[in-house]
Design a protein around this ligand. Structure first.
Ligand SMILES: Cc1cc2nc3c(=O)[nH]c(=O)nc-3n(C[C@H](O)[C@H](O)[C@H](O)COP(=O)(O)OP(=O)(O)OC[C@H]3O[C@@H](n4cnc5c(N)ncnc54)[C@H](O)[C@@H]3O)c2cc1C
Length: 353
């Protein structure tokens, strides 16, 4: 059996593994991805939304000033590299819930901390044939969505073309780890990086990390309404993909639920003013961490085994920037941002051994 040499082996082709693989391919590195498609993996069911101002309190998301400009250039470059269109910048409209919220935002919208992300502020209802917004709302910029299925498929095809994909679950019995090289079947690499999302518990190197599944359900809609804005309040509706979501629960039942459907239908009716039919429902598990930050870095004992995980609810905006940070660390030893460094959980490893 001839040995196939690559620089890195990546396990898992969700957003984490895909962005990491692209960063390496952009730099002309050789990679092997080991991934078996799971229909319910987070990336495959995600709505693909990126939005810098989120949540009930409408907070600016962590590192938005860095992550958002970066993700725009990254996905554009990825589209060119893969010759596929999956990146769709689009304004997002968030109706105000009350006059108080409207007043608050009239002040905040002048604040340079937010103004880069605000296209316009409306004190009266707009787009009211499509959205219920009696107090007006905020039209946000630097938002949009990626079609995650198209993104994964385009990369997968490219990996297949260059003989860089093993379509299987990793079988760790075939993994040989030496200080110099990693061997897996006929492949040999300098390092292996686990990017297995919420399935992290089933690998033998990183199951001690506190990566917990956070279940989410979405609805698939059908409508003839020509919508060109993402509407978002309590629920988001992504046009073209026609996904509405999502729920957030710690229950780990691997199927869609009636409660999920009812919750989403109620929120949807409070938000949109157009007619639609529900034609499907999906579920998946987000890989979340207690401090809501990703986890990057190497195994406490095996330096050549690394992880990129914990993208939580915001993989679309976190994966591009932090995959580059991981590559700088892998290649040049550039220190990782301490807030994402696996070392913050090192004490859990000692307890587990
Ligand atoms: C319902 C829902 C909606 C969401 N909407 C959004 C959104 O709008 N915007 C946003 O930014 N984020 C969203 N998210 C979160 C986002 O999906 C995640 O942050 C992100 O997809 C996580 O990517 P990942 O690569 O870490 O994990 P995953 O997508 O789970 O990928 C892991 C990959 O590893 C493979 N794998 C696992 N174990 C093995 C093994 N042993 N061998 C080989 N392969 C293996 C899996 O098959 C999979 O392909 C949503 C999540 C859910 C569930």
């Amino acid at each position: 059996m001839t040995t196939k040499k690559v620089d890195f082996i990546i396990v898992g082709q969700g957003l984490a593994g895909s962005c990491l693989a692209l960063q390496l391919l952009f730099r002309k590195k050789r990679v092997l991805i080991i991934d078996r498609i799971r229909g319910n993996s987070a990336t495959r069911v995600a709505a693909g939304l990126f939005n810098p101002i989120t949540g009930r309190q409408m907070m600016k998301t962590w590192m938005a000033d860095t992550l958002f400009p970066y993700l725009h250039s990254f996905y554009r470059e990825a589209e060119k590299f893969l010759q596929s269109n999956f990146f769709f910048p689009m304004p997002l409209y968030r109706p105000f819930v009350s006059v108080e919220e409207q007043n608050e935002w009239m002040g905040r919208s002048e604040d340079p901390m937010f103004s880069n992300f605000i296209e316009s502020l409306h004190t009266d209802s707009v787009f009211d044939h499509q959205v219920k917004n009696p107090f007006g709302g905020l039209l946000l910029k630097q938002c949009g969505y990626i079609d995650t299925q198209l993104f994964l498929t385009a990369l997968r095809k490219q990996l297949q073309r260059i003989d860089s994909l093993l379509d299987e679950d990793i079988n760790e019995q075939h993994l040989e780890i030496t200080p110099q090289v990693i061997r897996y079947k006929e492949w040999q690499a300098e390092k292996i990086i686990y990017c297995t999302g919420a399935s992290n518990t089933s690998n033998s190197f990183f199951s001690w990390l506190p990566i917990r599944p956070l279940k989410g359900e979405t609805l698939a809609l059908e409508t003839t309404e020509p919508v060109e804005i993402i509407y978002n309040r309590g629920i988001y509706v992504v046009p073209n993909l026609w996904k509405a979501g999502a729920t957030y629960t710690r229950e780990e039942t691997p199927h869609v639920t009636e409660e999920g459907r009812l919750e989403l239908m109620q929120k949807l009716d409070e938000l949109v003013a157009f007619n639609y039919n529900i034609i499907g429902q999906q579920w998946g598990f987000r890989p979340t961490t207690p401090d809501r930050r990703p986890i990057l870095g190497s195994h406490p004992v095996h330096e050549q085994i690394a992880i990129f995980n914990g993208l939580g609810t915001k993989g679309v905006s976190l994966a591009p920037y932090f995959s580059e940070e991981l590559v700088h660390w892998l290649e040049n030893g550039t220190p990782l941002n301490q807030l994402v460094d696996i070392n913050r959980y090192k004490s859990l490893f000692s307890k587990s051994t």
